[in-house]
Write a protein that binds this ligand. Structure first.
Ligand SMILES: CCCCCC/C=C/C(=O)SCCNC(=O)CCNC(=O)[C@H](O)C(C)(C)COP(=O)(O)OP(=O)(O)OC[C@H]1O[C@@H](n2cnc3c(N)ncnc32)[C@H](O)[C@@H]1OP(=O)(O)O
Length: 392
């Protein structure tokens, strides 16, 4: 049954993000868009062809949507079926633009291409040590200023679900942050969610080796991802701006401080999903909150409010949402002025004796999950979510 579900997902949900072709925006050119800025628009379309680096699927979807809006107006196509993922992604991107006027869409298209050209060209020219905005990330925004490297999960329309690309980009951003001249590193989310956890469509892209290979690759990726948090050398702080689900919650046990808005909730519904704990939470949560409370979260999927998570030691402090950003960033800027080497060494003293244990826990959790992902319970949960039969 599990295999059947995987096969269904494999047939119905191809890796749409990989097959959105780069020049798609040019295929539908429509002369109706002839207006004063048509020349800019055409120049922008030509610029897209000249980009040296593929800007990634999310950007290509935005370009597609703006192109369609600029040339045809609001989305006028019937919504594709749930398993027609390529066309659904394109439809969603276009439909999200609502009644945006054609002129504005055209201008946004031109602006996006222009920012794309400069960001992709300048990504290799950033001087180390200067305050800067990151380039070359598709699923994140990364900035570094006032001694703080801030990594923002940036898929707000998907509640910052972590797709495979985002796993890789977070690892890349953490590696860069560990070497840059900032004192502390912050992870936060853009939009109303901190993160809805693992992107459940990650399970639909089945390689030629089949579902077993998919599960094996996912376990390898997860182990490497969590390992980056275990080994991160500088103070790592989570600014939890809204609800957090799954892996975005479990890895909080590897952070040095967690600040939460009172809008945030903390939810690890692994049993509901036929899965088991990761992010070293089977070890860290027991240490943080004791076995009884950890079991309520990790086995029974109890969702905690920010206040409850704070009372149980998972969260450092909670702030009213209305003043959250101001209060947290004032605090973080003060921390970032402390001597960086002293902070790094103190973290080492606090954390190092646990590292070996954490890596062993991580390896064990990933190997258990590798099996879980092949179970009927897990596959049914994923298929139910993708076919919109269930939500948390
Ligand atoms: C390499 C593999 C490593 C695996 C590591 C193991 C990790 C495990 C986990 O993290 S388990 C947790 C997995 N997360 C979930 O099960 C959450 C699923 N999402 C939901 O239940 C809901 O979306 C919600 C409660 C988070 C929010 O509900 P609501 O406010 O009603 O919003 P929508 O459902 O309409 O969501 C908007 C938009 O986002 C898409 N989306 C949200 N979360 C995910 C997700 N986790 N994966 C994929 N897509 C997600 C949702 O489908 C909507 O998309 P649409 O507009 O329909 O295209």
């Amino acid at each position: 049954m599990a295999i059947a579900a995987w096969r269904l997902a494999q047939r119905s949900c191809p890796s749409y993000l990989q097959v959105i072709s780069f020049p798609v925006v040019q295929l539908h050119m429509n002369r109706a868009a002839m207006t004063a800025s048509q020349k800019d628009f055409e120049n922008a379309m030509n610029q897209v062809k000249l980009l040296k680096k593929d800007p990634g699927n999310e950007v290509k979807l935005k370009l597609y949507a703006l192109y369609k809006q600029a040339t045809e107006g609001p989305c006028n196509m019937p919504k594709p079926g749930v398993f027609d993922l390529i066309n659904k992604a394109k439809w969603d991107a276009w439909n999200t633009l609502g009644s945006l006027p054609k002129e504005t869409a055209r201008q946004n298209y031109v602006d996006l291409v222009s920012s794309l050209s400069s960001s992709l060209e300048s990504s290799s020219q950033v001087e180390p040590g200067t305050d800067r905005k990151s380039t070359g990330y598709e699923t994140l925004m990364v900035t570094s200023e006032d001694g703080i490297t801030k990594i923002t999960l940036n898929r707000p329309a998907k509640k910052n679900a972590i797709n495979v690309e985002m796993y890789h980009e977070i690892m890349r951003a953490l590696k860069a942050a560990s070497k840059d001249d900032s004192s502390i590193t912050v992870l936060t989310g853009n939009g109303d969610y901190y993160s809805s956890g693992n992107d459940l469509t990650n399970f639909t892209d089945i390689p030629p080796g089949g579902v077993e290979e998919k599960a094996k690759n996912s376990a390898i990726l997860l182990r490497e991802f969590v390992g980056c948090f275990i080994d991160f050398p500088k103070p790592l702080i989570a600014v939890v701006n809204g609800p957090a689900v799954g892996i975005s919650v479990t890895i909080l046990g590897l952070f040095d401080a967690v600040y939460a808005s009172d809008r945030a909730t903390f939810h690890t519904p692994f049993s509901h999903l036929g899965q088991s704990p990761e992010g070293c939470s089977s070890y860290t949560f027991l240490k943080i909150m004791g076995p009884a409370k950890a079991t309520e979260m990790l086995v029974f999927g109890k969702k905690l409010t920010a206040g409850e998570a704070c009372a149980q030691g998972l969260v450092t402090a909670v702030f009213p949402d209305s003043t959250f950003q101001k209060e947290v960033w004032t605090r973080l800027k003060a921390f970032a002025k402390l001597p960086p080497n002293a902070m790094r060494i103190s973290k080492e003293v606090i954390r190092n004796r646990e590292k070996e244990k954490l890596h062993a826990v991580n390896a064990e959790e990933c190997s258990v999950l590798q099996e879980r992902w092949l179970s009927d319970e897990c596959m049914n949960a994923v298929v139910n979510f993708l076919s919109r039969k269930s939500k948390l």
